[in-house]
Ligand binder design. Structure first.
Ligand SMILES: Nc1nc2c(ncn2[C@@H]2O[C@H](COP(=O)(O)OP(=O)(O)O)[C@@H](O)[C@H]2O)c(=O)[nH]1
Ligand SMILES: [Mg+2]
Length: 334
């Protein structure tokens, strides 16, 4: 099912006092619709990746070392990253030695299976806390799409019949609160805010209290963009986590790092340091629609050991999809 790809939680992240229950089946988009939207979103990546793979394998009947040598730079060009590329190449070579690879179709099939295995290796089942509200914190650097994703997720959960409250905890930037208010109106959900320059933890405190009082199922917290190097801002994030936990045991249940797919390997380096500092449990990869380097999804799995949970595929309310490894891999390679 489409929601089965939520990555492993680190054992240290488990909240023993707050049992997590497997999610009840959620009303989902038909598989086909999801696949078509994923396929559309990774068009640019597929066009460059698949076409270059096709030109490599068009030359061979039996896949040999030369084919594999030619394949390697294509994986790097799609932004799979050096560690993932090395891993995939090693497995393909082993396979070629052991049983041989019978032509291009066989190579594509094996490549897809290798990529899917990497993604599934970091998957985890979706869980919701036994007692709502579920608190989801959106974190990351400036401009990656935190506010936009918060708005899209509000609509996504609402469409599933869950009640949603937003917390405007980016009190730093002048327009941030107004920006989130516009998204709240679009998806017809309530928002808790404070004034610009106010303490984000105070806004979060109010939001947690309101979510509990109103029996809201999901509280999504939009935070200010920050770099892992800004110690005071990272401390502020810690304070927010402690505030949420004080009111709602086990909160935040998910901390989603929002990453911009167009920033490629740079974004990855930044994300690695960020995940270490901020207890990140999963990734939202935005702007997948605007890049030919969608292979970054695989680098995230190999190098961050985190699953991509949602993909941003445009600027509109509905432009978000739950990430699904099979759809992704099938969309990537024709
Ligand atoms: N094409 C595209 N643009 C996006 C996506 N997500 C966000 N954006 C755009 O990225 C810009 C920054 O988004 P914003 O949510 O303000 O980022 P924040 O600073 O992290 O809160 C805006 O112009 C958004 O419309 C996406 O999935 N695809
Ligand atoms: Mg923002």
């Amino acid at each position: 099912m489409a929601f089965s790809l939520f990555g492993k939680r680190d054992k240290s992240d488990q909240q023993p006092d707050e049992p997590l229950t497997p999610a009840a089946p959620e009303p989902q988009e038909p598989k086909r619709g999801l696949f078509d939207r994923m396929k559309q979103a990774v068009t640019r990546t597929r066009e460059s990746f698949s076409e270059s793979i096709s030109s490599v394998i068009a030359l061979t009947r039996e896949v040999d070392e030369t084919t594999l040598v030619n394949l390697e730079p294509l994986l790097l060009a799609a932004d799979l990253g050096a560690p993932t590329t090395a891993l995939v190449m090693e497995n393909l070579r082993q396979r070629a030695l052991r049983v041989g690879i019978q032509g291009g179709d066989d190579l594509k099939r094996l490549l897809k299976s290798e990529l899917k295995q990497i993604l599934d290796g970091v998957a985890r089942p979706v869980t919701h806390p036994a007692t709502p509200p579920e608190v989801i914190m959106m974190v990351g650097v400036n401009g990656t799409g935190k506010t936009t994703t918060t708005g899209k997720l509000a609509a996504h959960f609402t469409a599933q019949g869950r009640t949603v409250l937003l917390c405007a905890a980016d009190t730093f930037r002048a327009a941030a609160i107004e920006q989130l208010e516009v998204w709240a109106q679009r998806s017809n959900v309530q928002i808790i805010k404070t004034k610009q320059g106010g303490d984000p933890s105070a806004a979060l405190y109010d939001a947690c209290a309101a979510a509990k009082a109103r029996n809201t199922q999901v509280l999504i917290v939009d935070t200010a963009g920050r770099l892992h190097t800004k110690t005071d801002l990272m401390k502020e994030l810690d304070k927010m986590r402690r505030t949420a936990e004080k009111l709602i045991p086990g909160a935040p249940h998910q901390t989603l790092l929002v990453m911009d797919a167009t920033t490629g390997q740079n974004g990855l380096t930044q994300a690695r340091l960020f995940t270490e500092a901020a207890h990140v449990t999963g990734i939202v990869l935005t702007k997948l629609d605007g890049t030919a380097k969608g292979g970054i999804v695989l680098a995230i799995a190999t190098e961050l050991k985190l699953p991509v949970i949602y993909a941003g595929i445009g600027e509109k309310l509905e432009d978000i999809i739950p990430f699904d490894s099979a759809s992704f891999v099938d969309s990537l390679i024709d």
